[in-house]
Each structure stands twice: as structure tokens, then as C-alpha cells.
Design a binder for this molecule. Structure first.
Ligand SMILES: Nc1ncnc2c1ncn2[C@@H]1O[C@H](COP(=O)(O)OP(=O)(O)OP(=O)(O)O)[C@@H](O)[C@H]1O
Ligand SMILES: [Mg+2]
Length: 254
């Protein structure tokens, strides 16, 4: 079974940017197949990776429910088969990475049965890959509903603020509460300029996550973003990519 990495943290801290660069790092290692899972309903990991927008698992679930309601599911086809086939079809195959978009966790009302099936299917699908990189939304809906599987490494991303670190603390509490299996938790502080204020240092030291340091504000990322270019194209010798390589080694080698 492969190595799964989930990226989580407060909104706008750089989760998607770092998830995309981790995918690039794993691709450059060249030692395994990679599935990137966009678990943010506003799906933008594809943009950061320079891939087309995927038809999402949430949309597929809604289409199935529509078909069931209209009694128009092909005769002889089970819901499970339908979901499995459609999800396989929705995978975006990029260079060295496949992308699956989760979309919205649930529509109005509770579709727990459908979500249970989805969990089984997404789990089975992800087992076909050596690496799994999951870009979570700030609200952690998918993680809390367990539509995505347990993770080996949870990479928490904060900005250099108490609010960012408080959000990280909440994620760690939630993970404990949900009994989601997370083998190891790591923390990076992104978008820093200069040294970390000591008030944040004390907070970091108290968190039950291994601190891997800071990621500086990067002009190359800002420039790509301003031009609407895939962030994954940032220079290989940029400070941000060097740091992500170092973080990536922690996540998969130790
Ligand atoms: N180290 C960095 N240097 C410069 N800009 C950065 C850096 N990290 C992230 N950004 C920029 O900050 C913005 C937010 O980043 P990103 O979308 O990766 O955050 P996010 O945590 O995924 O946000 P959301 O919670 O909305 O999904 C983007 O415009 C991104 O280009
Ligand atoms: Mg994001």
C-alpha cells in the first residue's frame, strides 16, 4: 500500500500551493505512481497543477441520486458499479499524476449510504497508487466525513499568525476526536518574511506536530499566480521549491 499525505490548515495559508509542489517533488523522485485528490469543493488543485478541471465525485453522486429518483439507472447496473465506473472515468490523467476531485461532500439531506460507497471506491482506487496527496479545504469536511481514507502523514500549513496556529490546533483536535488514523503530523509555517515572532514559537512548541520550519513568501509564486499560470512551474531552485523538497523528504523517507 502507498504513502498518503494530507495537507490541511486555515483558509488561504498555502495548502493548495504546497500540495501541488509536493506532487511535483514526488513526480521528480520518479519512484512511484501518484494520485492527487482535490478534497476542496471549490476545486483548484487542478489549476495549480496545470490540469483540466475534473468531473467531481460529488457531481457523480448527485447524478446517481437523480437517476435513482427518476428510475433511470441502466437495468442490471448496481449503484456501486455505476459510481465505480463514473469515478474511474472522471480521473484526469496528467503527466506523472492522476487527479481526482471530490467536489461537495454532500448535497442537501443525508446521503450516507452513497458516501459509504464512495469511501470504499475512493479507498480501492487510491490503493492502486504509490503516493496519494490530498489537498483539503479549510473546513475539513471530507476528512471529518471520512470520504477520504486514513493518512500516513498529515502536513499542517499555517501562516505566521496565532489564528493560523489555532486552526492547526483545531485540526489536530478534530483528528483525535474522529479517531481518524494519522500516523504522523507535521507543521510548516508558510508566507513568512524574516524570523518567526517568539509568540508564535511558543505556540508551535506546544503543538503535537513535528515542526519542519518556515516557507518564505516567494515572488515566483506570486508572479505565476498573477499571470494565471500553474504554480507547479515555479523555478526548481526557488526557495519555496527547495523547502518543499526538504519537507517531501521528511514525509516519505523518514
Ligand atoms: N510561499 C508563498 N509565497 C507567495 N505566495 C504564496 C505562497 N504560498 C501561497 N501563496 C499564495 O497565497 C494564496 C493562497 O494560497 P493557496 O491557494 O495555496 O492557499 P490555500 O490554503 O489552498 O487556500 P484555500 O483555503 O482557499 O484553499 C495564493 O494566491 C498563493 O499563490
Ligand atoms: Mg486550497
Amino acid at each position: 500500500m502507498g504513502t498518503s499525505i494530507a495537507v490541511a490548515g486555515k483558509g488561504g495559508t498555502g495548502k493548495t500551493t504546497i500540495a501541488a509542489l509536493l506532487v511535483r517533488y514526488l513526480r521528480e523522485r520518479g519512484d512511484g505512481t501518484i494520485l492527487a485528490i482535490d478534497a476542496d469543493p471549490s476545486s483548484n488543485l487542478n489549476q495549480a497543477l496545470g490540469l483540466p478541471l475534473a468531473h467531481s465525485v460529488g457531481e457523480i453522486r448527485e447524478e446517481l441520486l437523480g437517476k435513482v429518483g427518476r428510475n433511470s439507472l441502466e437495468p442490471g447496473m448496481s449503484k456501486q458499479d455505476y459510481l465505480e465506473y463514473q469515478i474511474q472515468e472522471s480521473l484526469v490523467e496528467g503527466p506523472g499524476v492522476d487527479l481526482l476531485a471530490m467536489g461537495r461532500p454532500e448535497g442537501p439531506g443525508c446521503y450516507c449510504a452513497a458516501n459509504n460507497m464512495l469511501r470504499v471506491i475512493v479507498d480501492r482506487l487510491s490503493k492502486n497508487y504509490d503516493y496519494l496527496v490530498i489537498d483539503n479545504e479549510a473546513g475539513l469536511e471530507h476528512l471529518s466525513r471520512r470520504t477520504t481514507r486514513d493518512v500516513d502523514s498529515l502536513l499542517l500549513v499555517s501562516d505566521p499568525t496565532i489564528r493560523g496556529l489555532t486552526a492547526v490546533e483545531r485540526v489536530l483536535d478534530l483528528v483525535k476526536e474522529l479517531k481518524t488514523k494519522v500516523s504522523r503530523s507535521f507543521l510548516v509555517i508558510n508566507r513568512t518574511s524574516g524570523d518567526l515572532p517568539s509568540s508564535l514559537g511558543d505556540f508551535v512548541a506546544r503543538l503535537p506536530a513535528q515542526y519542519l520550519g518556515t516557507v518564505a513568501l516567494d515572488p515566483g509564486i506570486a508572479d505565476l499566480d498573477a499571470r494565471g499560470e500553474p504554480l507547479v512551474q515555479v523555478a526548481g531552485d526557488s526557495a519555496i521549491y527547495r523547502k518543499v523538497e526538504e519537507v517531501g523528504r521528511w514525509l516519505v523517507e523518514r
